[in-house]
Design a protein around this ligand. Structure first.
Ligand SMILES: [Zn+2]
Ligand SMILES: [Zn+2]
Length: 142
């Protein structure tokens, strides 16, 4: 049987000793679930669990829920300053292409949504936020 893929050295029946999947670097868990096949100009949809109400990708980490696009921002651009949201220039909530993300305030987000004609759910994405990611330099381009 192969060793556990988390690197702990124990033998795993499947790829991981039970529970060790969540020990892997969060960035790896994110990017393996993002479809980057369209290239940098296209949206990179999150293919894992999606919050249906809002359309954002979601990962769980240490019992917290993390928005996939926020994590995509943090692993490529660094920590998100307090009070700022990660917004989509492409208006595609599951998209994790760092080139389509920008930082803004809640007011920016509401203005942006109003301009794009979707005013619902404006107070929810930030509540799923997360700011404890180790800043991992993650190469997103070949
Ligand atoms: Zn392990
Ligand atoms: Zn996009």
């Amino acid at each position: 049987m192969p060793p556990c893929e988390c690197g702990c050295g124990q033998i795993a029946v499947r790829r991981f000793v039970h529970g060790h999947n969540s020990r892997r670097p969060l960035a790896d868990r994110l990017w393996e679930k993002v479809d980057t096949s369209g290239g940098f100009a296209e949206c990179w949809p999150f293919t894992g669990r999606i919050v249906h109400e809002f359309g954002y990708g979601r990962l769980s980490y240490k019992h917290k829920q993390i928005s996939a696009h926020r994590l995509a921002w943090e692993t490529t651009h660094g920590a998100i300053p307090d009070g700022l949201w990660v917004l989509h220039s492409c208006d595609n909530p599951p998209c994790c292409n760092p080139g389509h993300l920008f930082l803004g305030t809640v007011a920016d987000n509401q203005r942006d949504m109003a301009q794009k004609g979707r005013g619902r759910n404006q107070n929810t994405a930030g509540a799923l936020g997360f700011s404890g990611v180790d800043t991992v330099a993650y190469r997103v381009l070949p």
